[in-house]
Design a protein around this ligand. Structure first.
Ligand SMILES: Cc1cc2nc3c(=O)[nH]c(=O)nc-3n(C[C@H](O)[C@H](O)[C@H](O)COP(=O)(O)OP(=O)(O)OC[C@H]3O[C@@H](n4cnc5c(N)ncnc54)[C@H](O)[C@@H]3O)c2cc1C
Length: 474
C-alpha cells in the first residue's frame, strides 16, 4: 500500500467529511498526532481524519481504499506502540466522538469511541453505576475494550469484554454494522480481544453495575523486606477475601511521598493499592489476613468516592514521556517473584529526570475473570491470576535503548513463571511468535486469523498487533 506524506498530497479528501482534517504542514497537525507515549512523535501519518460521526468513518475508509492507504485508528491514543499515528497511514481519529448514554433502568451504558475511561466513569457514576474497565482516566475506552480490559473491578465482574453487549462498527469496505451475540456473533467473539484487527468500532454498549459512590481506597506502603513477605502470603490471603477487594501492586524506587522516612526515598518499595467496593463498614473484615501479612511504613487507605479510587493510578504514568512496557499473566505470586522484582529495580538505568524511571506492576486479576470459559472470547484468561508488567519511562531519546533493554530483560527474567497466553493491550508488540500464543490455544488463533481474512483481507487495519502479518510469518 502507498505511503504518502508530503504536504499537498491527498488534497481531494471528500468535502462531505464533516469533521476536521489535518495533513502534514497544516496548523494543528502536530497537536492532532500527539499521543500518550512520546517515543514515536516523529511518525508522519499521511492524513488525520477526525470524524464527527460514523458516516464520516465511512467516508474516510472509502477514501483510504481508493488511494490504497493503510488505516490507523485513534480512540484514546494510549496504545504503547503508538500505532494510532503510524507513518504514512490515513488515521481515522475518533477522539472527537464523545457521546455517552446511560439507561439507569437496565444499567446499559453506550459510549462513542472517543470517550476516555474517566469520562465513562463520570457518566455512569451519575447513576451509581460503573462499567468494569481500566485504571487510568485518560485511557481510551474503545481501544481498551477491544483488547480485553482489566482493572479494579475485574475480580467482581470480569474483564471489560465480559460486560460488552454490542458494538456499532464500520467495516474496512465502508459498511455500518451492529456486532453482538445476535448480529454477526462470530465477529462479536473476535472483537472481544482481537478487535483492533477486524472492524472499526464507533460506539460500544456495556452492562454497567452498581458500585459506590462510597468505597474504601488508598495506598499501603511497604519497604523491600516487607514486600517479600507480602508477596509470599497474598495469594493465600486473597482466597478468603471477597471479590469486592482488589489489591493491585506497584514496586518502584520510593518517590518523595509525604510521610515516608527519608532513608527510604529512592530505594525499592511496594505500594499495595487497596480498592474495596463493598459496604465501607465491612472493609476491616474484608482485608482479613491481608493486613497481617507484613509491616507497612504508611497506610493511607480511607473512605473515598469511586471516582477518586479509580484515579489512584493516574499520576504514575503521565502523558508525554517516553515509554516501553513488557509483561503478561502470572498464575501466582511468591517470595521469589518479589525478590526478582527487587533485583530488577536495582538494575534499572539511572532516571533521566526527577520522575520515576522504572516500575514493576502486578494488577490483581482472578475472581470473576474465571467465571467465563477460555473459549467465550478471543481475549485469553489462562493463568490470569495476576498481570505482571515492567514499565520503563524516561524523557531523553538517548536513553531509549537502555530503558527498552531493561524492560525486555525484566520480562525475560520473569518469563519462566508466566502463562504463555497473555493480554494483548498492556505490553509493547513482541512480534509474530508471541502474538500467535497470546490469545491462548492454536484453535483460537486459527479462528482469529479466519476472522481477519474475512473482515479485513487486504490488511487495511495494519497498525496494531497485527494478526495477518503474524499468520503469514507462521
Ligand atoms: C497509562 C496506561 C494505563 C493503562 N491501564 C490499563 C488498565 O488499567 N487496564 C487495561 O486493560 N488496559 C490498560 N492500558 C492499556 C490500554 O488498554 C491500551 O493501551 C488500549 O489499546 C488503549 O486504547 P486507546 O483507545 O487509548 O488507544 P489508541 O492508541 O487510540 O489505540 C490503540 C490500538 O487500538 C486500535 N483501536 C483504537 N480504537 C479503535 C476502534 N475504535 N476500533 C478499532 N480499533 C481501534 C488502534 O488502531 C491501535 O492499534 C493502559 C495503557 C496506558 C498507556
Amino acid at each position: 500500500m502507498s505511503n504518502i506524506s508530503s504536504p499537498g498530497d491527498l488534497a481531494d479528501f471528500p468535502a462531505s467529511f464533516k469533521g476536521a482534517v489535518f495533513r502534514p504542514g497544516d496548523d494543528g497537525y502536530a497537536a492532532a498526532k500527539r499521543l500518550w507515549n512520546a517515543r514515536r512523535s516523529d511518525q508522519m501519518p499521511a492524513l488525520i481524519a477526525r470524524a464527527a460521526d460514523p458516516d464520516d468513518v465511512v467516508v474516510a475508509v472509502g477514501y483510504a481504499a481508493e488511494h490504497d492507504l493503510t488505516i490507523a485508528v485513534r480512540s484514546g491514543g494510549h496504545g504503547v506502540d503508538c500505532a494510532a499515528m503510524a507513518d504514512g497511514a490515513l488515521v481515522v481519529d475518533l477522539s472527537g466522538m464523545k457521546g455517552t448514554e446511560v439507561d439507569p433502568e437496565t444499567g446499559r451504558a453506550t459510549i462513542e469511541a472517543g470517550v476516555l475511561l474517566g469520562e465513562m466513569d463520570a457518566a455512569t457514576q451519575e447513576h451509581g453505576l460503573v462499567v468494569p474497565a481500566g485504571t487510568v482516566s485518560d485511557t481510551g475506552a474503545a481501544g481498551l475494550a477491544l483488547g480485553g480490559g482489566i482493572g479494579h473491578l475485574t475480580r467482581s465482574f470480569g474483564a471489560t469484554v465480559d460486560n460488552l453487549l454490542s458494538i456499532e462498527a464500520v467495516t474496512v469496505d465502508g459498511r455500518k454494522l451492529t456486532v453482538s451475540a445476535d448480529s454477526e456473533p462470530d465477529l462479536f467473539w473476535g472483537m472481544r480481544g482481537a478487535g483492533h484487527n477486524l472492524v472499526i468500532a464507533t460506539s460500544l454498549t456495556f452492562q454497567a453495575h452498581p458500585v459506590g459512590p462510597a468505597v474504601m481506597s488508598g495506598v499501603i506502603v511497604y519497604p523491600a523486606a516487607e514486600a517479600v513477605k507480602f508477596l509470599a502470603g497474598i495469594d493465600a490471603a486473597m482466597t478468603r477475601a471477597p471479590r469486592e477487594l482488589s489489591i493491585p501492586l506497584v514496586m518502584l524506587p520510593a518517590p518523595p511521598l509525604p510521610g515516608l522516612p527519608q532513608e527510604l526515598i529512592g530505594t525499592p518499595i511496594l505500594l499495595a493499592l487497596v480498592i474495596y467496593t463493598g459496604p465501607p463498614a465491612g472493609y476491616e473484615e474484608a482485608m482479613g489476613e491481608v493486613g497481617a501479612l507484613a509491616e507497612p511504613v504508611a497506610n493511607l487507605v480511607k473512605p473515598s468516592s469511586w471516582l477518586e479510587a479509580n484515579s489512584l493510578v493516574d499520576p504514575f504514568e503521565p502523558t508525554g514521556r517516553r515509554y516501553h512496557s513488557a509483561g503478561g499473566y502470572l498464575p501466582r505470586l511468591d517470595a521469589e517473584v518479589a525478590k526478582l522484582a527487587l533485583e530488577r529495580l536495582e538494575a534499572a538505568p539511572p532516571p533521566t529526570g526527577p520522575a520515576t524511571g522504572c516500575m514493576i506492576t502486578f494488577p490483581m486479576l482472578g475472581g470473576a475473570i474465571f467465571d467465563r470459559d477460555e473459549d467465550s472470547t478471543a481475549f485469553s484468561r489462562v493463568g490470569a491470576e495476576w498481570l505482571f508488567e515492567a514499565i520503563a519511562m524516561w524523557d531523553e531519546e538517548s536513553a531509549d535503548d537502555a530503558y527498552a533493554a531493561w524492560a525486555a530483560d525484566t520480562l525475560a527474567a520473569m518469563w519462566p513463571r508466566m502463562s504463555l497466553s497473555g493480554y494483548v493491550n498492556l505490553t509493547a508488540d513482541r512480534g509474530p511468535e508471541w502474538l500467535r500464543q497470546v490469545y491462548g490455544g492454536a484453535e483460537k488463533w486459527e479462528r482469529i486469523v479466519a476472522l481477519k481474512r474475512k473482515w479485513d483481507p487486504e490488511n487495511r487495519l495494519a497498525h496494531n498487533k497485527n494478526v495477518l502479518r503474524a499468520a503469514e510469518e507462521d
